[in-house]
Design a protein around this ligand. Structure first.
Ligand code: NDP
Length: 289
């Protein structure tokens, strides 16, 4: 039997708790506020931004939209980020990725005030994460850790294989898993004998972006699988990197697509925005003492 790691249900529960926090903050005169910068007309990015704004609205978080044309240049974008950094009423700044190729993504990430870096991509925050001092953590890896904790999955000494080494998923997960005392292996497109590596793992996190790539040959029957992939199959259906129907029933735990990591990611974004608003409130209170 496979236990489903139900990110959708956990996200719903956490969002109820976040709504209460927002109400409390509003009573203290603080309106959590997230600024969202979207560059160009990428349809997937537009959908992601729309979904984020919908959840923010549901929780009572204000959002400020900054839509810029594809032709915007780096310095205009950095100027906008600087302006948002200085606005005391904005607690979190999100720059929807990917940016147009003409723009240096790292430069824009570095322009964000690390204390408003709600996505956790600023090098300062990534560095702190790798020193096990991170408070601000990229949302997808944070959501994965929270999901595992909810099901009381102990990571200490576990063999964890992360397939994919991107800046937004695999890389931060390495730090989080090491910080949790897991034994971590990272696989990527140059890895040889992937099947043997994943089959030997207690926990496998798949984040390669290839529809239904992993079947049961990649896992042992006691494995815990976290599928991060968000892909469309040939029929246009949303599927993960894992062949869900082939694996369900044959591993110990599975976080499926849809209904697993996706809802957790968006919830962690909201949690981090609210956390920043709370921190601002406590700083204001300290100043008033
Ligand atoms: P990237 O394309 O940035 O990275 C993919 C990684 O997978 C790379 O490290 C690449 O290796 C590796 N890879 C590709 N093919 C293989 C293969 N056949 N075997 C082993 N490794 C391989 O993707 P992202 O990390 O941005 O996203 C990964 C997936 O997760 C996507 O489907 C994305 O949509 C989804 N996603 C879902 C989120 C959610 O909230 N649910 C959030 C973020 C992403 P190399 O480095 O060598 O190129």
């Amino acid at each position: 039997m496979t236990t489903k790691l139900d990110g959708k249900a956990l996200a719903r529960k956490l969002q109820e708790e976040l709504k209460v926090k927002v109400t409390q903050l509003k009573q203290d005169g603080i309106q959590p506020c997230l600024a969202v910068i979207l560059v160009g007309n990428d349809s997937a990015s537009q959908v992601y931004v729309r979904n984020k704004k919908k959840v923010a609205q549901k929780l009572g978080i204000k959002t400020i939209d900054k839509q810029l044309p594809q032709t915007v240049n780096e310095s205009e974008l950095v100027d906008l980020v600087t302006e948002l950094n200085q606005d005391e009423n904005i607690h979190g700044i999100l720059v929807q990725l990917p940016l147009p190729e003409s723009i240096d993504e790292d430069l824009v990430m570095r322009a964000i005030d690390p204390a408003k870096d709600v996505d956790g991509f600023h090098p300062f925050n990534i560095g702190k994460l790798f020193m096990n001092k991170g408070q601000i953590v990229p949302c997808t890896p944070k959501g994965i850790m929270r999901l595992l904790a909810e099901y009381q999955i102990n990571l200490d000494g576990k063999k964890v294989v992360i397939v994919g080494r991107s800046k937004i998923v695999g890389m931060p997960l390495i730090a989080l898993m090491l910080n949790a005392n897991a034994t971590v292996t990272v696989a990527h497109s140059h890895t040889k004998n992937l099947k043997e590596i994943t089959r030997d793992a207690d926990i496998v996190i798949t984040a390669i972006g290839q529809a239904e790539f992993f079947d049961m040959q990649y896992f042992n029957s006691d494995a815990i699988i976290i599928d991060v992939g968000t892909n469309r199959n040939e029929a246009g259906k949303l599927v993960g990197d894992v062949k869900r129907d082939a694996v369900m029933g044959h591993v110990a735990y599975l976080s499926p697509v849809p209904g697993g990591v996706g809802p957790m990611t968006i919830t962690m974004l909201m949690e981090q925005t609210i956390q920043f608003a709370e921190e601002r409130e406590s700083k204001c209170n300290e100043k008033n003492i």
